[in-house]
Write a protein that binds this ligand. Structure first.
Ligand code: FAD
Length: 325
């Protein structure tokens, strides 16, 4: 679903919900503090500044969260080794009518059916390619797609949007609560757009917060305890995914295996693999590297098994081999 459809849908749903006052055109500029707690916000509006008191302020203000900055909550940034551009097309049929993802290692691409017969096509190459890619953005985008295995017929389709993108998109993690404040969506945790899960996580984390704080918000419970319940659930449900995404975005633990039409070339040696296997399992990156390896191993490529793996792959989902190093 395109944002031009999703965002108005969410806004109108909010406006129709009993108990919600939807205040459009408000920008949070400061927090109201009372006894070491956040107790509301100051916002600039078309009609000037106003103050809004609240038992709980929810920062749903995205990756560069102003509420987090104003509250002094630190952000952890994780490098993303890829850049990304996307565009929307009409008349771009996808094989089987389903989404496709190309893991070409390190480059990546996806094509997903959106609403109203529209398809979104995204390319996410290695950042090393950025200067050359930008010299002719449209030409580079189209050439990249044409070169994909079983490429969607991009030259027969109608492009109905600009090619838009992001050239530096670090992943962000924050503690999702502070006294009187909670963060949801990208403000709490910004993943890699490559996985296409950010909107789902935003809505899901909003639901977790609601479930945790509803009794306390209606003054029947302990708000701080409820926030701790939310923080725990957020951490347990999303931290593993984020670790995996951070590892994959960093690309440093990946050694590529080139796959094309059943041919695979190993770029790692058995000795290097053995060394990686002997390495003690500790440090923050290791569990995620293991998880990545486990995730991709069933496809057989780069797992130390032989050639049949490539031919056993679904030809439209190209999964490269991964080894820890
Ligand atoms: C190129 C790209 C492709 C992506 N593709 C996908 C995809 O296919 N699927 C998917 O699920 N996700 C995708 N994502 C991720 C997705 O966009 C985000 O995860 C999602 O938008 C997060 O929603 P959010 O509400 O937390 O934050 P946002 O959508 O960033 O919304 C934050 C809102 O807060 C407002 N705001 C900011 N500061 C203030 C302030 N001081 N006062 C008041 N309001 C403020 C902003 O104006 C904005 O409206 C993609 C991201 C990128 C960059």
């Amino acid at each position: 679903m395109r944002r031009s459809v999703l965002d108005p849908l969410i806004r109108s749903r909010a406006a129709r919900t009993p108990g919600v006052d939807l205040l459009l055109g408000h920008r949070v500029t400061a927090l109201v503090r009372e006894a070491e707690r956040t107790a509301g916000v100051r916002a600039s509006t078309g009609a000037g500044e106003r103050e809004i008191g609240a038992r709980l302020v929810v920062g749903a203000d995205g990756k560069d969260s102003a509420v987090a900055k104003l509250c002094g909550v630190p952000s952890r940034l994780h490098e993303n080794g890829r850049f990304g551009y996307l565009a929307h097309f009409r008349g771009l049929p996808l094989h089987g009518g389903i989404g496709h993802t190309w893991f070409l290692e390190p480059d990546m691409a996806y094509a997903f059916p959106n609403d109203d017969g529209v398809t979104v096509l995204a390319v996410l190459p290695d950042k090393k390619r950025l200067p050359a890619f930008r010299e002719d953005l449209e030409g580079s985008f189209f050439s990249f797609v044409r070169a994909l295995p079983q490429a969607p017929p991009i030259d027969d389709a109608e492009r109905i949007s600009k090619i838009v993108g992001t050239v530096d998109y670090p992943l962000v993690s924050r503690r999702p609560t502070a006294p009187g404040v909670a963060w949801i969506g990208d403000a709490a945790l910004t993943g890699d757009p490559l996985w296409g899960v950010g909107c789902g996580w935003a809505l899901q984390s909003a639901q977790w917060l609601t479930e945790a704080v509803a009794p306390a918000a209606t003054r029947r419970g302990d708000l701080d305890r409820s926030l701790a319940v939310y923080a725990r659930r957020h951490r347990r449900r999303l931290r593993g995914h984020q670790s995996l995404a951070i590892d994959y975005a960093r690309m440093s633990h990946l050694l590529s295996v080139v796959c094309s039409h059943g041919r695979q070339t190993r770029l790692c040696t058995a000795r290097r693999r053995a060394r990686a296997d002997r390495r003690p399992r500790r440090g923050p990156g290791t569990p995620a590297a293991d998880a990545t390896r486990r995730l991709l191993r069933p496809h057989g490529v780069g797992s130390g098994r032989g050639g049949p793996a490539a031919s056993a792959m679904d030809p439209t989902v190209i999964v490269p081999g991964v080894v820890a190093c």
